[in-house]
Design a protein around this ligand. Structure first.
Ligand code: NOJ
Length: 769
C-alpha cells in the first residue's frame, strides 16, 4: 500500500507544472504521510541505531565534485566512503541526478540500516528556469506569483533528485550595502512575511512530501541582514524590540506556513553566534513557536564556533551547537564534520547519548515524510522533461513582468510608440549578457539560460526597428576576490577599447530615435560575499549615462541589480527597475518597454540617496524634534530618492473617500478601513494599494508609519473600485520592551491608504479602554 502510494508520488513529480496547482485531482489522491506516522517510524528506527549511526545522521557535506573553493581543499573527506560508513546523513550541492543516485545507492545498499540521504541545494529562484531574484519578486507585491515561481523551482529541484531547498531567504535588511539584500524581500516585516509564506507554499505544495515539491528552509535565523556596516558575515546587535517587531516575523510566518527546516545564521547575534544561540534555536523557535522541523547550520557554521571564540575545539563546538538546538551541521568536507566528535563526547561522559535522539528523530522524520525509504532514487530521464517544460518559462516571464518597477517616466516616454519608432540604440555590457540577467545563486551546471535584454528587444521589434548595440563601457575588477567566483565563474565581458567604444555608443545615441541603456551590477557583485561601500554604478556607466542624456535624445534606463543605485544628478527620461529578471528577462523587459505589459511593481525598500544614509527605514520612530525629521544631515535631506512602496504605471490612480467602519473600538476588536481606488488614466494597469498606520501614543514610541495591509489589483481605465482592509488585534499589537510581551495600547491610530509609504489619503480610529 505504502509503496504504491509513493511510486505514484514519484510519477506525479515528473508531471512538473501540473504540480503547481496543489488541488489538481492527481495531487489530491496522494495522501501525505502524517507527522505522527513519520514520528512512529522514526522512533522504530532510532531504537535500532548505534551511537555512531545516530551521529552520522547529524552530518551534512558539500559535494563540490573535487573543485577547490576559496583555496580550501574540499576533498579532505572521501564522500562515498563516508556514506558507506554511515558517517553522513545529508549532502548538498549535488544536482546531477546520476551522482545523486550513485551516492544514494551507497547509503541504501552499503549501510547496515539502509537510511537514505537527504539532498539539499540552494534553489533560491530556480534551478534551470530562473525566476527574477527574490527582491524582484517581492517588488511585485504579488504573493501569488511568488508561490507559482517557487513551485516551478520545486518541480525542477525534485525532478533532479533534490529534497530540500535552502530558501526562502527571509532576512530583513535596511542596508543595501549588504550584498544579500537581493535574496530577500527588503526592509518591511509585513511584506517580508507575506513573501515568506508564499514561497514556503510554493516550495512545499500541500505539505512535506507533496509530489514535485521540496522542503523549504527559511534562513538565516536571525538578524543576518543587520550586519555592522553592511559587511557580510560581521556581527549583529539587535534589541529584542527590533528582533520581535521587525526581524523575526517573516520567520514566524514561514513556520506557520509549515516550513520543514530552518537554517541558522553565521554571525554572532548580540554576542552569541547564531549556531550556538540557545535562546534563538530553542527558547524562541521550539518553545515559543512550537517548530517541529529540523535546524541546519549555515556552511561550516558549527565548525566556525571555534574561530568565533565560542568553542575551544571542534568537539566543544559540536556539543555547544547541539545543546543550543542545532540538528544538522553543514560542512565543507575539508576534514571530518565536527559532529563526528560527539561520539567521543558521549564516550567521555561530556554529553548524554539521549541528547542525540531528538535531532536524529527530526531528521529521520523528514526522510520518512519525503518518501525516501520507499523511493530513494530519481529518474534522470524524467528530469530532463521537467527541466525543459515551456510552462516554466511562461511563469518566469510573467514573474519578471510583474516584478518590474517604473521609477520615472517623464512626458510618458514609455511605453515606446511602436508606430513611430524606427531605431533604438541599446547600450551597456549588461544588455547583452544572459548570465548577468539571471542574477546570483544560479549555477551553470544546471543549464540555466536567459534571454538577454538585447535579444528580447530584437525578438520583439527586430523586423520593424533598427536596433544597434554598443557596450559603451567595461567593468572594473573586483578588489577583494570572492570564493563564490570559484563556484560560479563570473560572466566574461569582452575586452574593449573603452575610449572608442564610448564614442561609438554616443554616436548610436545621436543616430537613434531612442536609447535603451541597461545599467547596474554584474551577477557576482551581488549575493553572498558581495557587500559594497558605495551605491554608485560601477565602472564608467554613470559617465556614459550623463553623456547620453546630454545629447538631448530620449534615454530610457533599465536597471539590473538589486541595489538602490545612486544616479547622482542624472535624470534619464524613463527609469525601469528590472532587478535581475531571470530566464525570460529580455522578453519581459521588451514587453514592458513597448507596453505589451504594464509595470505595476513597487519598491520593497526605501531608495536611499547614497550609501551614507544606510541603514534606513521608512518606519522610523518620531524623535523629540519631529518637524526636523528631514534635515538631520548638514549636507543633504534625509528623505530617500523614492520611498518604500513607490512605483509608477503607464496609467494613474487616485484614492478617495477613506473611512474606518468605526471611530472607536476596544482592545481585541477589529476595524475595517474602506476606500475608493480609481484608474484615472487611459489604459488598464495594476496598482498595489497599501495601508499604513501610526499609533499616536502608548507604552512605547511607535514608528511614524507601518505597512499593515496591501493588495495588487488590476483596473480598467476609468474603473473605480471600493476596497477594504480589516485590521485585527494582531495588526495593532507590538512587542514592548516595557512589558517584554506583545501588547495592544489604547491610542488613536492614524491610517493612510495609497500607492506608497508617503500616501496622504487618511482617516483614524481610536482604541479605548
Ligand atoms: C552559505 C550561505 O550563507 C547560505 O545561504 C547557503 O544556503 C549555504 N552557504 C549553502 O550554499
Amino acid at each position: 500500500m505504502r509503496t504504491s502510494r509513493f511510486a505514484l508520488a514519484l510519477a506525479l513529480s515528473a508531471a512538473g507544472f501540473a504540480m503547481l496547482n496543489p488541488v489538481t485531482p492527481s495531487a489530491k489522491e496522494v495522501p501525505l504521510m502524517t507527522p505522527e506516522e513519520a514520528r512512529t517510524r522514526a522512533d522504530g528506527l532510532l531504537a535500532r541505531m548505534t551511537l555512531e549511526e545516530k551521529v552520522g545522521q547529524l552530518v551534512q557535506y558539500f559535494d563540490f565534485g573535487g573543485a577547490t573553493v576559496a583555496g580550501a581543499d574540499t576533498t579532505g573527506v572521501d564522500l562515498d566512503a563516508a556514506v558507506a560508513k554511515s558517517e553522513v546523513g545529508s549532502m548538498l550541492f549535488v544536482t546531477d541526478p546520476a551522482r545523486i543516485n550513485q551516492l544514494q545507492r551507497v547509503a541504501v545498499t552499503k549501510t547496515r540500516l539502509k537510511i537514505p540521504l537527504l539532498f539539499g541545494f540552494d534553489v533560491i529562484h530556480g534551478l534551470r528556469t530562473i525566476m527574477p531574484v527574490p527582491i524582484g519578486v517581492a517588488a511585485s507585491w504579488d504573493p501569488d506569483i511568488a508561490e507559482k515561481g517557487q513551485a516551478v523551482a520545486a518541480a525542477e529541484a525534485r525532478a533532479v533528485g533534490l529534497h530540500w531547498t535552502f530558501a526562502p531567504m527571509v532576512d530583513i535588511t535596511l542596508d543595501p550595502r549588504w550584498g544579500r539584500m537581493v535574496e530577500g524581500a527588503g526592509e518591511d516585516p509585513v511584506l517580508g512575511a507575506a513573501m515568506a509564506t508564499a514561497q514556503v507554499r510554493g516550495f512545499q505544495g500541500s505539505g512535506i512530501g507533496a509530489p514535485g515539491h521540496v522542503i523549504a528552509g527559511p534562513k538565516h535565523f536571525v538578524g543576518y541582514g543587520a550586519s555592522l556596516g553592511g559587511r557580510d558575515y560581521d556581527e549583529v546587535d539587535l534589541s529584542e524590540n527590533q528582533l520581535r517587531n521587525t526581524y523575526l516575523p517573516p520567520f514566524k510566518a514561514a513556520i506557520d506556513a509549515g516550513a520543514g527546516n530552518i537554517m541558522s545564521a553565521y554571525m554572532g547575534l548580540n554576542g552569541v553566534p547564531a549556531a550556538a544561540n540557545r535562546w534563538l534555536l530553542t527558547d524562541v523557535l521550539r518553545k515559543e513557536w512550537g517548530f517541529k522541523g529540523f535546524v541546519v547550520s549555515d556552511a561550516n557554521g558549527v565548525n566556525s564556533l571555534e574561530p568565533q571564540g565560542m568553542a575551544a575545539d571542534q568537539k566543544q563546538a559540536a556539543v555547544r551547537a547541539l545543546q543550543a538546538g542545532m540538528d544538522l551541521a553543514m560542512s565543507v568536507p575539508s576534514g571530518p564534520s565536527p559532529m563526528l566528535s560527539l561520539i567521543e563526547a558521549v564516550r567521555k561522559g561530556e554529553l548524554d547519548e539521549h541528547a542525540l535522539d531528538e535531532p536524529v528523530r527530526r531528521l529521520l522524520e523528514a526522510k520518512f515524510r519525503m518518501g525516501l525509504f520507499e523511493n530513494p532514487y530519481v529518474d534522470p530521464a524524467k528530469a530532463a522533461k521537467v527541466l525543459d517544460d515551456p510552462e516554466h518559462r511562461r511563469v518566469a516571464r510573467l514573474a519578471a513582468e510583474r516584478s518590474a518597477v517604473l521609477l520615472a517616466n517623464a512626458g510618458g516616454l514609455l511605453p515606446l510608440d511602436r508606430k513611430t519608432l524606427k531605431s533604438i540604440a541599446v547600450l551597456g555590457p549588461l544588455a547583452d549578457s544572459g548570465q548577468d540577467t539571471l542574477g546570483p545563486w544560479v549555477f551553470p551546471a544546471n543549464g540555466p539560460k536567459a534571454v538577454s535584454i538585447l535579444e528580447g528587444l530584437r525578438a520583439k521589434l527586430g523586423k520593424a526597428v533598427k536596433i544597434d548595440y554598443a557596450t559603451g563601457v567595461t567593468w572594473p575588477t573586483r578588489k577583494n576576490r570572492s570564493f563564490f567566483d570559484d563556484i560560479n565563474k563570473p560572466a566574461s565581458h569582452p575586452e574593449i577599447d573603452e575610449k572608442a567604444e564610448f564614442a561609438k555608443a554616443l554616436e548610436l545615441v545621436r543616430a537613434s530615435d531612442v536609447t535603451v541603456m541597461v545599467l547596474g551590477e554584474p551577477q557576482n557583485m551581488e549575493g553572498e560575499a558581495a557587500s559594497r561601500s558605495d551605491l554608485s554604478l560601477p565602472g564608467r556607466q554613470q559617465n556614459l549615462l550623463e553623456a547620453a542624456i546630454a545629447t538631448g535624445k530620449p534615454v530610457v534606463v533599465v536597471l539590473m541589480g538589486a541595489r538602490p543605485f545612486n544616479l547622482a544628478e542624472a535624470r534619464p527620461g524613463a527609469l525601469l527597475e528590472a532587478w535581475y529578471p531571470g530566464s525570460e528577462g529580455g522578453t519581459a523587459v521588451a514587453n514592458l518597454l513597448v507596453g505589451d505589459a504594464v509595470p505595476g511593481g513597487k519598491l520593497p525598500f526605501s531608495w536611499i540617496r547614497s550609501a551614507a544614509q544606510a541603514p534606513y527605514t521608512y518606519a522610523y520612530l518620531p524623535s523629540h524634534q519631529p518637524a526636523g525629521a528631514n534635515s538631520r544631515y548638514w549636507n543633504e535631506d534625509n528623505l530617500p530618492t523614492w520611498p518604500f512602496g513607490f512605483g509608477l504605471s503607464y496609467t494613474s490612480f487616485a484614492y478617495s473617500d477613506v473611512k474606518a467602519d468605526r471611530v472607536t473600538l476596544k482592545p481585541g476588536e477589529a476595524v475595517t478601513v474602506s476606500f475608493t481606488l480609481t484608474n484615472t488614466g487611459k489604459r488598464e494597469g495594476d496598482e498595489v494599494a497599501q495601508l499604513y498606520i501610526h499609533q499616536r501614543t502608548g507604552t512605547s514610541s511607535r514608528p511614524v508609519r507601518q505597512l499593515k495591509k496591501f493588495a495588487r489589483v488590476m483596473l480598467q481605465p476609468g474603473e473605480s473600485r471600493r476596497m477594504q482592509f480589516t485590521l485585527n488585534a494582531d495588526d495593532l499589537r507590538y512587542w514592548s520592551e516595557v512589558t517584554k510581551s506583545w501588547i495592544q495600547d489604547v491610542s488613536t491610530f492614524d491610517v493612510w491608504v495609497g500607492g506608497n509609504s508617503q500616501a496622504d489619503a487618511t482617516t483614524r480610529f481610536t482604541v479605548v479602554e
